[in-house]
Structures are given as C-alpha cells and as structure tokens.
Design a protein. Sequence first.
Length: 95
Amino acid sequence: MAGRKSAQRTEQERARLYAARTAWHEGRIARRVRDNTVIGIVGGLIVAGAVASQFVHAAVTAPEPTPTPTPTETVPPLEPLLPSTTPVPSDTPAE
C-alpha cells in the first residue's frame, strides 16, 4: 500500500508540474503576441509621425514663389520665301 500511495503522489506531482509548465508556456506565448502587437502599433505610429513631420517641414520651409517677368518681345513674322532675283553663279563659263 505504501508503494501505491508513493506512486500516486509521484503521478500527482508530475501532473502538477506538467500543468504548471503548460500554463507558463501559454503565458509566454500570450506575452509575445501582446509585445509584438504593441511594438507593431508603436512602430506604425513612429513611421506615421515621421511622414507627417516631413510634410509639415516641407510646407513650413518652402520658399514663397515669386513671379518671373514674361518677355514682351514679339518676333516679326517671317517673310514669305520668294524666288531670288540675284543670278546664281553657274559652273559653265560665260561666253
């Protein structure tokens, strides 16, 4: 009978340790999931903040546009191409 009680105590101790390890392991998994979620949210907020700060910086430091004067010079219309009245030299000698 003493052997049986000892075996039951050993079995109960093993079951208790198994339950404790299982609970501890599940707790670690839950903590990792929670930590990853928090880190993802915080990282997203940091990226969004960096993008927003760049937009604000670009808007604040942008120089005021100054109008440039447009040239008022007009180009005269091209003369129509008329045949030239000046003689063109030829390769043949004049007689």
